[in-house]
Design a protein around this ligand. Structure first.
Ligand SMILES: [Zn+2]
Ligand SMILES: [Zn+2]
Length: 155
């Protein structure tokens, strides 16, 4: 992890609510960045939850628009992409880079080729850190749009 990723990780942890903003009771984690108060049932969101709620409501949106509406920095949105919790649709101008060969991938940390080439070296890598290469080059209609693929969210 780079220093910037560490500081973002810290900011993410700091964004997780501990107590209800209405009654002060402890909240517990539901799923997808949502927390619920034990006492009054109030739902609170961390940064991931805020970004997810925005996209659920407004559909795939440019990272800058998500950032200005939610107050979550584009760097943090980038980290969600890295963790494979957000996916860049085909044709986007904005991809994440494979950490080994720097080719474009749609989510995760490594492209499928590098995982094959370095199977031993990075055998400890979690499956969801392996991304997918874009099949099409960028086309202007889809510039910068991202959407969630966190299927665990859908019950
Ligand atoms: Zn409460
Ligand atoms: Zn690669």
């Amino acid at each position: 992890m780079t220093d910037i990723e560490k500081s973002i990780e810290k900011a993410l942890i700091a964004s997780k609510p501990l107590n209800c903003e209405l009654c002060g009771e402890r909240v517990y984690y539901l799923d997808g960045g949502q927390y619920q108060c034990r006492k009054c049932g109030n739902i609170m969101l961390d940064d991931f939850g805020k970004v997810k709620a925005y996209i659920d409501k407004n559909g795939p949106s440019p990272a800058m628009a998500i950032s200005s509406a939610t107050g979550v920095s584009t760097e943090v949105i980038e980290v969600f992409l890295r963790k494979g919790r957000l996916e860049i649709p085909e044709g986007s101008r904005y991809y994440v880079k494979c950490e080994r060969c720097h080719c474009s991938i749609r989510y995760g940390r490594f492209c499928p080729d590098c995982v094959k080439d370095t199977a031993v070296e990075i055998k400890a890598v979690f499956a969801d850190e392996v991304g997918e290469k874009p099949k099409y080059e960028w086309n202007p209609d889809m510039a910068g749009r991202i959407r969630f693929v966190d299927r665990r969210w859908k019950k």
